[in-house]
Design a protein around this ligand. Structure first.
Ligand code: FAD
Length: 303
């Protein structure tokens, strides 16, 4: 459905809609894929998910911030959420996009912001994952990760299977906690595999490498059941301890499969976005999988 995909991408980039939806609560069925607008709502969602024996990684929505004041505000929201997790005793950790806290404004400004976030989380024994974004931010993201790994043990990052550098990175970070994904951005053939079959092959190799080469914990973040089942076979055949890895999926996606994995004894972590900037995230999820249009149809016909 390429036409629908383009429509949703276009809608996700519409500035007027992005701004006007900030003032609304979650609309059009967005609550099916977004945890809440406020910290309080989101803590309630985390409790619901924890009740289903799943953990949560939260993501404060909003990226590519170009104003220092905005970046400081976003840093404040992330720290407030980390404090709320501790206060309410829920099972959750943080996912942070460096573009949200100033990577495109000034490197040192961003470094100080992430340092502050990780320091607070470190005191509360909460893990912080640094998300990997588009390839132009990749060198600075790893530079910041390296600086943080020298100071803290509660930090890790994401490896994108489509990147041609990833087989080297996975060995460099074999003792670091990593989330491994296929990769979500449009990158050039100089930097990234373009064919789905190549990306899937690279994905499996990276996961197997990280599960066996070092001491780093592995977060297997995909909705792809072919890949998940092949990894499970590998894990069981090689007797890999269940404490060394977890599966991650986005909130609202493949809920039955998430429950099924928990029932089979695997750790499941739900990626839960929250915040006022829910609109672009929701449109991008619809672009990725236009079948999710039924979320909108159901929400509209209910009222
Ligand atoms: P796809 O290649 O999208 O799907 C493969 C197959 O899985 C499909 O053909 C279908 O059979 C099945 N499938 C997929 N979705 C569904 C569904 N909803 N219902 C039924 N069947 C389905 N990307 C980044 O670049 N940086 C990040 O930091 C990052 N963090 C992420 C964190 C999490 C928890 C997750 C889940 C993804 C993250 N991503 C990130 C996105 C990732 O890179 C992929 O773009 C995204 O996950 C889509 O790829 P996939 O592995 O789920 O499988």
């Amino acid at each position: 459905m390429p036409l629908l995909r383009d429509i949703f991408i276009h809608l996700s980039e519409n500035q007027f809609l992005n701004n006007s939806t900030k003032k609304m609560g979650l609309k059009f069925g967005a609550n099916k894929v977004v945890g809440g607008v406020s910290i309080d709502d989101t803590i309630e969602r985390i409790k619901d998910i924890n009740d289903q024996e799943m953990s949560v990684v939260f993501d404060n929505l909003g990226e590519f911030i170009t104003d220092k004041e905005d970046a400081i505000q976003e840093k404040g929201k992330i720290i407030a959420m980390i404090n709320a997790i501790h206060e309410f005793g829920v099972d959750s950790h943080a996912s942070v996009k460096l573009s949200q806290i100033g990577l495109q404004i000034d490197y040192d400004f961003c470094l100080n912001n992430i340092d502050e976030i990780i320091a607070v989380a470190n005191k509360l024994d909460i893990f912080v994952n640094i998300d990997m974004e588009s390839y132009n931010l990749y060198p600075d993201t790893l530079r910041i990760l390296d600086a943080m790994l020298e100071k803290y043990d509660n930090v890790g990052t994401v490896i994108q299977a489509y990147l041609l550098n990833s087989p080297d990175d996975i060995l460099k970070y074999k003792d670091t906690r990593l989330r491994i994904v296929k990769g979500a951005y449009k990158e050039s053939a100089d930097a990234a595999h373009q064919d789905k079959a190549d990306i899937d092959k690279a994905y499996l190799e990276l996961i197997k490498s990280h599960l066996t080469e070092g001491t780093g914990y592995t977060s297997i973040a995909t909705h792809d059941h072919h890949i998940i089942e092949e990894i499970i076979d590998f894990i069981e055949q090689n007797d890999i301890d269940h404490d060394r890895f977890e599966f991650q999926m986005l909130y609202g996606f493949r809920k039955d499969y998430q429950k099924n994995l928990v029932k089979r004894g695997y750790k499941m972590v739900v990626y839960l976005p929250f915040g006022m900037d829910w609109y672009a995230y929701f449109m991008r999820r619809l672009a990725e999988r236009p079948q999710n249009i039924n979320l909108i149809v159901k929400s509209v016909t209910k009222h």
